[in-house]
Every structure is written in C-alpha cells, then in structure tokens.
Design a protein around this ligand. Structure first.
Ligand code: ADP
Length: 303
C-alpha cells in the first residue's frame, strides 16, 4: 500500500500541500472523540481541514488510521475523508498529527439508513484482494483499536483469527480484573469458539470499530465512515458492533439483510464479537466495563 506524505512540522505540511503563502488562521477544537485531540483548521486561502493530534502518540498510530481509511476508500463503496498527510510536530503539538479532508456536516437524506446499509453491504462484499493474503483473515499490518494495538496476523481460519488476534490478547491484558472462576470461564469460551462462531462465506473488509460516533452525516446527507480499525474478517462482527452502544434503527438492519444477508444464528454470536470491544474498553477505560464482560463470559461458558 502506498505510503502517504509525512512531515516534521504542521507548518511545513501546510506550506508543502497548499503553497508558500498559506498559513493557518484559525484552529478550532472539535470534541466528540475519546482518544485524540481534534481540530478544524482554517487556512488563509479559506480551505478547511480536519486535524487529529496526540502528544503521546507515534506517527505510526496515525499512518495506521490513514491506511484503514485508504482500504475503505479502495472499495469505492462508501465515503471516507481524503487523507492529506501525517506528521510529527515536536514543538506546536508535542507529538503526531494527521490531516484529513474536513467533512462538512449535513442533514440526513430521507433514505439515509437504507443507503448506508447498502453501502456498508457493498463494502463487506467488495474484493478484499491486497488487504491480506488471499484466503486469509487479518490485515497487511497491525493497527489500533482505540489507543490499543490490534494484532492482524493473517490466519486462514476466521475463528482461529478471532481467538488468537482478538480475544486472547485482550483477555491476557485484562487478567488483573479477573478471579480464578472468571479465568476458567474465559478459557472455556476460547475452547468453545468453534461451537459458537461460524466461518464466513467470503472474507470482508471490516470497519472494525463501527459504533455511531464513527459515522458522520456529510453535506451530501449520506453516511461517511471515520476512525476505522480495519481488517478482513466476518462481516457480522461489524454488524454486531453497531448494536453495542445503542444500535441503529431497524430499517438499517432490514436493508442490510436484503443487500448482503445475515446468516442464521447471528443473534447468538453477536455478544461474543462484542466481548472483544468490551474487553478493549475494560483495558482502556477501567472496571465500569467489567460487569458486561463477566455477563458475556458467563453466558458463553455455560452454553
Ligand atoms: P478519536 O480518534 O479521538 O476517537 P474521532 O475520529 O472520533 O476522534 O473524531 C473526533 C471528533 O471529530 C468527532 O466529533 C468526529 O465527529 C469529528 N471528526 C472526525 N473526523 C472528521 C473529519 N474528517 N471532518 C470533520 N469532523 C471530523
């Protein structure tokens, strides 16, 4: 995959991308994310840009995000912001930054949810060639889920990938929250994955962190995807995550089913996919996520 331009300061990036006389005239903080600082930048020529920065992060954190956006864009199925560049600015920012097209927000068109579902289905059905070795699950390189590393080592079984690269690393890092009974339950769930999950009919490119905060309505009135944690996997893992923090309206799921189908038994697998995200939240934000994690471990270890 092509590597994007990267710069040693925000100022150099702006000058190189927009010309010698162009400067930042306004930097407006945007709230809503939970990992990075976000800003709307206005340039002297009137251009608006979106910048994410993080004083504690290496630039590779943002190049991974850019690669994810690029992978989604390569399917041609759904809008994502164009990537301008990444960089490291030790002075002004004290760390790494990512510059993207600014998505101007709009009003949802009347069939927003149906179209979003069809676009997501098209992304899931797109050829995943080049994103991981053919016939395997994972991604060309590791990336991040929130601020934590996400291992994408290719595996020719989806179920084995989900065990080795998704559940096991999170369970290992969360071990301090668990008593002996919890740990036994976790082992049981890992042993039983083949009885609970199914191999997909075809590998799909997943957004990987598809909650409502990562979907923006653009000025075209349609859904734009941001902040991905992409990999090639079973499409239903993305659908499961849409249900984790509130869910989308029923019309979205009906339209998705019509466009791509959802395999029988999905509802019984959903919480196991979401165990990954809840463990990740437990590891990032602390024990308020522990009861949900325990409930899912209870359910699947007794099944
Ligand atoms: P984080 O990496 O901290 O989770 P997000 O990607 O969620 O940050 O973005 C933070 C905020 O910026 C959110 O409110 C989001 O809606 C907004 N945002 C993200 N990308 C863009 C963009 N390209 N254009 C305009 N606003 C954006």
């Amino acid at each position: 995959m092509e590597l994007r331009k990267h710069f040693d300061s925000l100022e150099n990036a702006i000058v190189s991308l927009f010309g010698n006389n162009v400067r930042i005239v306004r930097m407006e903080r945007i709230f809503g994310g939970d990992i990075n600082e976000a800003y709307g930048l206005t340039l002297t020529d009137g251009t608006c840009l979106f910048m994410k920065s993080n004083a504690g992060a290496e630039e590779s954190f943002f190049t991974a995000e850019a690669e994810g956006l690029q992978a989604i864009a390569s399917t041609g199925a759904i809008q994502t912001p164009h990537i301008l560049c990444s960089g490291t600015d030790r002075g002004r920012i004290g760390g790494a930054f990512l510059l993207l097209e600014f998505i101007k927000k709009g009003e949802r068109i009347s069939d927003y949810w149906e179209i979003f579902a069809q676009q997501l289905a098209a992304m899931h059905q797109a050829e995943a060639a080049g994103l991981v070795e053919e016939g395997t699950y994972g991604f060309v390189r590791d990336n991040y889920i929130g601020m934590r590393k996400q291992n994408n080592k290719a595996n020719n079984s989806w179920i084995s990938f989900f065990r080795e690269c998704r559940l096991k690393p999170q369970l290992r890092d969360a071990a301090g929250y668990f008593d002996r009974t919890d740990l036994k339950k976790a082992d049981k769930v890992l042993e039983r994955l083949e009885d609970i999950l199914v191999e997909p009919q075809h590998p799909s490119l997943l957004h990987g962190d598809l909650w409502s905060g990562n979907v923006i309505t653009g000025s075209d009135g349609k859904a734009w995807l941001i902040d991905p944690a992409v990999y090639v996997g079973h499409a239903e893992a993305d659908i499961a995550m849409t249900e984790l923090f509130g869910g989308f309206p029923p019309v979205f799921y009906d339209a998705y089913k019509e466009a791509a189908g959802i395999e029988a038994g999905y509802a019984k697998r959903r919480d196991l996919y979401n165990l990954y995200h809840l463990l990740n939240h437990l590891n990032m934000f602390g024990r308020s996520y522990l009861p949900s994690v325990k409930r899912i471990l209870d359910y699947y270890s007794l099944k």
